[in-house]
Design a protein. Structure first.
Length: 116
């Protein structure tokens, strides 16, 4: 694993998020209450983009498609909604909770770094 510089700190205002390219694939960098978090850019159960997901008051990122919520610090599901309601009762039985990948971040000399 190695540290890569992904953004200038002032490129990511409070509540903003951006997808950045890394050697390991795309990573979503989030500014939540002045702290920076890096997580997988796609929801782990259907691989849909999380960039437009809502940030909650308790530090979770909510999938805009299925409403599963993931803790920004740990990636663990806070709530799990495996599929849209139309197919959820059928397919939900075969879906298991999956954490969102997380990556360490740091800020040095005004830049955000991610370890991938």
């Amino acid at each position: 694993m190695s540290w890569i510089k992904v953004l200038s700190q002032d490129e990511l205002a409070q509540g903003d998020r951006k997808v950045v390219a890394t050697e390991g694939g795309p990573v979503l960098v989030v500014n939540y209450n002045g702290d920076f978090y890096a997580v997988g850019s796609k929801c782990p159960h259907m691989k849909l983009p999380l960039r437009r997901g809502k940030l909650t008051d308790d530090g979770a990122l909510v999938c805009p498609f299925h409403r599963s919520a993931f803790d920004l610090k740990t990636g663990e599901p806070k709530t799990w909604t495996p599929f849209p309601p139309v197919v959820g009762s059928l397919l939900g039985k075969i879906s298991t909770e999956k954490p969102l990948p997380t990556y360490p971040t740091k800020v040095e000399e005004g830049s955000i770094w991610v370890e991938v």
